[in-house]
Design a protein around this ligand. Sequence first.
Ligand SMILES: Nc1ncnc2c1ncn2[C@@H]1O[C@H](COP(=O)(O)OP(=O)(O)OP(=O)(O)O)[C@@H](O)[C@H]1O
Ligand SMILES: [Mg+2]
Length: 195
Amino acid sequence: MSRQNKCGGFLGGWARGAVRMKQMIDDLLIFTRTRLGDLLPVGFTAQNMGRICSDAVDEVRASYPDARIDLRLDGDLRGRWDGGRIGQLIVNLLTNAVRYGSGQIVVEASARDGWVMVAVANEGNPIPERGLPTLFDPLTRATMPDRRGMAAGIGLGLYICRCIASAHQGTISVVSSAAGPRFTVAIPALPSSPA
Ligand SMILES: Nc1ncnc2c1ncn2[C@@H]1O[C@H](COP(=O)(O)OP(=O)(O)OP(=O)(O)O)[C@@H](O)[C@H]1O
Ligand SMILES: [Mg+2]
């Protein structure tokens, strides 16, 4: 292995660690606040879901350079959302797709009837049926972690995704077929502003 590769590998690992650490802290902060009865604070500004998805894909690619992520955008993807939170949601879904899936990952954003949908699908093993009913609950895992020697997650990512979707008056759901899981987020393009 060349010196440059060694350095790149080190930086990749360092960047991945830093991104995961930031993600965990962000997720823990939200978890603590929502457990204390607070609503997730959100601020809506003009956003473009295409831009949010593309930034999220770039962030995950920077940490996982080998990930194969295809981004497909369709329709008018403008809306008023909390861009940082929606970015966090998509990064959480993508990080799961990289960690638990294998092969190709596809992110699709589309718009219809005043709603914007983002789907994140990955190849790999389906999520075991028994894990589906509690998948979005905090501190739960559907499979044994660590099959690639990665540190185990804390089981908050999908709970946070659900909190963020709800704070935008939207939903998140999963369908897990033999081809692998597909998560779909649906949010109104113009959710009413928080009180
Ligand atoms: N794309 C996926 N493919 C297969 N299993 C998944 C996928 N996404 C999530 N899971 C399963 O759902 C569980 C819960 O995911 P979640 O993101 O909430 O927590 P985590 O990844 O374990 O930890 P954290 O996100 O807090 O680091 C995972 O542990 C895994 O078992
Ligand atoms: Mg996760």
